[in-house]
Design a protein around this ligand. Structure first.
Ligand code: GLN
Length: 453
């Protein structure tokens, strides 16, 4: 069938289903059909890649030329970027068809997609439950079959955790693997874009186009990109898997533990060798991350001043009034909280006590991973301590929400790749396991994921 037929089917599905889920902020119907026609023409000329004509949904954090990029915020409700992010441009160059932009926590701050200016997104497995976040819209688009694949971003778990809550696959690549250019910045030393898909194989296909050096992002790595599809079928006999004891302790839901341990048995049956390891500073990743990410966010968000782009308050009396009222009306409560925490931690007198300490912890957390990965090939654990919670259950208690990120944050602090894979259900809600690999070991993670699926 043609890309036009496929795209039309997905657009119909979005139109019919998304009023229940609220996964999309913007649907780009006529533009999608134009791209689909162009993709069909490319296919007819024999100038197609494996991705040509395939639809995709993009988290609304990627700048897309001519299409609104809101980042889930009132501040950018009227923002139309004049340029395209490298990640979305590479997929478009491969011939992918953008269906629209997906809902997210405001400026990617959150774990539930409830902090969006456009309202909460609902989990397709239980409409009263959150889909996870911040890439909740992308996860739901894929889980509810409104898009075959989607793009998300992950600063502290925002690809892996919604993938786990919605029963799909999500890959956070190594920091530096995918260009961050044109991706609205949250915590620049932590942010990374990646695929959200039904399978590890689909993730490999997308990563083949996404990965690689970009002169516009000085933190993207100048190293050759392998073919991530090449080793998917390799047997995993002899693979050394480490189970961190800190990931299976108190606070882990027993149903999640059982589902992850069942998966471990399957890996053993395939010939993997499993042993217990330790990541002793796991608990400290929460305070370290919730200093470093807000500190970086507070500086990144200083650009929203009402002058250059985005929201501007009505009738400002002078410059200071414009700054203050623009930011007071434009940002939501969680974003304001992060800006306050971040500026506090960076201020003279507190910098040494908070920011410097957090950076020291970050170094130790990275060392713990390096030590563990000297003995095992990959680390396996749950992606989240509990399944998706009810909408509203944690929105008044930010610290309770932050604690839910315990298994994902340290991976970003260390800059390592992490792959979330669906591995069962607990009380009717999906459970995800997480594989953590060494730097640039995405091919191995995807191979293991493909063998498991
Ligand atoms: N939940 C974490 C936060 O709120 C991670 C979000 C993300 O990865 N973008 O910061």
């Amino acid at each position: 069938f043609s890309s036009v037929e496929l795209t039309t089917a997905y657009l119909d599905r979005i139109q019919q289903a998304d009023s229940r889920y609220n996964a999309f902020v913007t649907v780009t119907g006529s533009q999608a059909l134009d791209s689909a026609r162009a993709a069909d023409a490319r296919r007819a000329k024999g100038d197609a890649s494996a991705l040509t004509g395939l639809p995709i949904a993009h988290k609304d954090i990627f700048c897309t030329a001519g299409v609104r990029t809101s980042c889930g915020s009132k501040m950018l409700d009227n923002f139309i970027a004049p340029y395209e992010s490298t990640a979305t441009a590479r997929l478009a160059d491969a011939g992918m068809v953008m269906l629209g932009k997906t809902n997210m926590d405001e400026f990617a701050m959150g774990s539930s997609t409830e902090s969006s200016y456009y309202g909460a997104t609902r989990n397709p497995w239980d409409l009263e439950a959150v889909p996870g976040g911040s890439s909740g819209g992308s996860a739901v688009a894929v889980a509810a079959r409104m898009a075959p694949v989607a793009l998300g971003t992950d600063t502290g778990g925002s690809i892996r955790q919604p993938a786990a809550f919605c029963g799909i696959t999500g890959l956070k690549p190594t920091y530096g693997r995918v260009s961050r250019w044109g991706m609205i910045a949250y915590g620049s030393s932590l942010d990374q874009a990646g695929p959200m898909t039904q399978t590890a194989e689909d993730a490999a296909l997308l990563l083949n186009s996404l990965a690689g050096f970009d002169p516009k992002d000085s933190t993207s790595m100048e190293r050759p990109v392998e073919d991530f599809l090449a080793n998917l079928n390799q047997p995993i006999k002899g693979l050394r898997i480490g189970l961190p004891k800190e990931y299976f302790g108190e606070g882990l839901d027993p149903g999640i533990r059982a589902a992850v341990m069942d998966a471990v048995k399957q890996f053993e049956a395939m010939g993997a060798v499993v042993k217990e390891i330790s990541l002793p500073r796991t608990e400290l990743s929460i305070p370290a991350y919730y200093i470093i990410a807000p500190a970086e966010a507070s500086t990144n968000l200083s650009r929203y001043d009402g002058v250059r782009y985005g929201h501007r308050c009505d009738a400002p009396t002078d410059l200071a009034d414009m700054y203050m009222r623009t930011r007071a009306d434009g940002f939501g409560i969680e974003v304001k909280r992060r800006i306050l925490v971040g500026t506090y931690a960076l201020s003279a007198g507190y910098y040494d006590a908070y920011y410097r300490k957090a950076q020291q912890l970050r170094r130790l957390i990275k060392q713990d991973f390096q030590q563990a990965l000297a003995d095992v090939d990959v680390i396996l654990g749950p992606t989240t301590p509990s399944p998706a919670w009810k909408i509203g259950a944690k929105s008044q208690d930010p610290v309770a929400m932050y604690l839910e990120d315990i298994y994902t944050l340290s991976v970003n602090l260390a800059g390592l790749p992490g792959l979330a894979l669906p591995c069962g259900f607990q009380s009717g809600l999906p459970v995800g396991l997480q594989l953590i690999g060494n730097y640039f070991d995405e091919a191995r993670l995807l191979n293991i994921g493909h063998q498991f699926q």
